[in-house]
Design a protein around this ligand. Sequence first.
Ligand code: BTN
Length: 256
Amino acid sequence: MLENENRLAELVPGLKSGACRAYWFDTVSSTMDAAFNLEEELVIDRTLVISDVQTTGRGRYSRRWFSTCEDIIFSLILTEYDFRVPYSMLSAYAVYITLIKHKAPVMLKWINDVLWENGKKISGVITEERKTRTVIGIGVNLNSEEIPPPVRNGATSWYIETGKRIIKEDFLSLLIIELFSILDRVKNGEIEQVLHEWETEAALLGKRVRIINDSGEFKGIAAGINKKTGALILNRDGGQLEIYEGSLIAVSDDEY
Ligand code: BTN
């Protein structure tokens, strides 16, 4: 475990004051596993588990997550959490804001994706819960020169789109500031305001969409998101349906 205190203290706001903790590994199987495997006495609420390399990074729906040591991969352990809060969605929003502040032309896609303007995915978030921990895993493709075949067409990186490299530590630091600020707001009772901002930024209202999840396929017109849970509100057949999980596909009028 690489625990370079100076490097981390500079990088992570709140580390010096003890408001959070951070561990930086060279290589792990997945920062999610590393986060769940950390011994109890090493963990406080807001413990970051960062790694340069992941040998078996995982995404949603049992997909693999590929990254190089120049990309961002980390997990955040929460021990004080509210099971109703859509942490993945909020974390993707933090990634989105950080990228927008870097002038990246990115878009939010319900529920927790951040896409480049060409529709390719640049970041993914997953949240898992076990016993007393909720762990949020965040991956951002920053400096990857290529994306491996299984996801090549659907994913991209900052470097692929701009031809420029970005200093990983700088981006990570700003992302953590953004993420902690959102989590603070939510803890202070501002979840409705934050999700309202998400809804405005995502420009989803009125779009015809198709959602695929474990229960099947649902078509309708996006009427917004539930401001407490992040569920997508779908207008269909004269009624409304709230969907909590799934892959969203925007559809054209002809397809509908
Ligand atoms: C997805 O879009 O399917 C979610 C991808 C999540 C990837 C990150 S990288 C850091 C953390 N460790 C993992 O194994 N996965 C998450």
